[in-house]
Design a protein around this ligand. Structure first.
Ligand code: ZEM
Length: 290
């Protein structure tokens, strides 16, 4: 069902959102033992991507605006397995700042995670408005890890992304790991699982990959250093147009950070119209405030 125009509304000031940022960032530091000391950064980033990645441009349904992840159907989407940990992490933040909408909270948490893991600055705008449960998108809108290059390219057309943006967004896979219990895949993509970098692109082209059946019966690429790639990751080296961009980002971290920042902002704002009175906020990291 079409859901019409999504126009952002916002009464708060940038300082109010910086307070939310700081509360999330402080909790990230305090609860650093999560997932064998990876911390909550990666799972919060994945949550922000999945609440946004349901967007369908044809009828402007899904996406981050309505905060519908909080409803059972979306939270229990098999594609969202494991993200409940991010949701639980945010429940105390939601209690502390009851005025923030769910869509604003999820996307702001993703921005906080990226910046606190030393990633690029992500300009952020407030004003998403909670929608009712009937507007929760159906399951099945998030991408399949088994997809090839044609699948990945086609998938991201639904959200208006082109090759360079897609390759940049997938660079987030240098963070965190896959877990059997969530996705049927296992292992990290690289060594630095909670520091934002272009390691993913270097590993894609430099590691020796072997395509093997894992213990859950799924095919994944493993390297002798203990890293992994999903079939959808390997699509980026199998397709010549993607490969060219992978090579560029492997050499040039600034180019990657720059493209990732733009693409991520687009991802979390897809389908939303922001009136002129809503200012863009660039948050200070905790380090910058010390
Ligand atoms: Zn992911 N992703 N992703 N991704 N992702 C996983 C984990 C993480 C795909 C995918 O199948 C999977 C983007 C795009 C795509 C992150 C960020 C972003 C996992 C493992 C899978 C299977 C889940 C598990 O087992 O816990 C596919 C097919 C994608 C596109 C084609 C984009 C875009 C992202 C952000 C911009 C992150 C940070 C993780 C790690 C989560 C964690 O808990 O460690």
């Amino acid at each position: 069902a079409g859901t019409g125009l999504h126009i952002a509304e916002c009464q708060k000031k940038p300082e109010d959102y910086q307070k939310v940022y700081n509360a999330i960032a402080t909790k990230l530091r305090d609860e650093d033992e999560y997932d064998n000391y990876i911390g909550y950064g990666p799972v919060l980033l994945r949550l922000a991507w999945h609440v946004s990645g349901t967007f369908e441009k044809k009828d402007n349904s899904g996406g981050s605006f309505g905060g519908t992840y909080r409803f059972k159907k979306e939270m229990e989407d098999p594609s969202n397995k494991g993200l409940q940990n991010g949701f639980k992490f945010l429940s105390s933040i939601q209690e502390q700042f009851p005025w923030i909408s769910h869509g604003d909270l999820y996307t702001l948490a993703g921005v906080t995670a990226i910046q606190e893991m030393q990633g690029p600055k992500i300009p952020w705008r407030a004003g998403r408005v909670d929608q009712t449960e009937d507007l929760t998108p159906d399951n099945g809108r998030l991408p399949d890890a088994k997809g090839d290059a044609t699948y990945v390219r086609n998938f991201y057309k639904r959200m208006n992304f082109e090759d360079r943006e897609v390759v940049a967004l997938l660079g987030a896979h240098s963070l965190g790991k896959t877990h059997y219990e969530n996705s049927g895949f296992e292992g990290p993509w690289g060594a630095a699982t909670n520091v934002f970098s272009n390691e993913y692109f270097n590993n894609l082209i430099n590691e020796k990959w072997e395509f093997v059946k894992n213990e859950a019966g799924n095919m994944q690429y493993n390297s002798d250093k203990g890293f992994m790639m999903l079939p959808a990751d390997m699509a980026l080296v199998q397709d010549p147009k993607y490969l060219k961009i992978v090579k560029e980002f492997a050499k040039d971290q600034d180019a990657f950070f720059n493209e990732f920042g733009k693409a991520f902002t687009k991802l979390i704002e897809n389908g939303i119209e922001f009136p002129k009175n809503i200012k863009t906020t660039v948050f200070k990291t905790l380090d910058e405030q010390e």
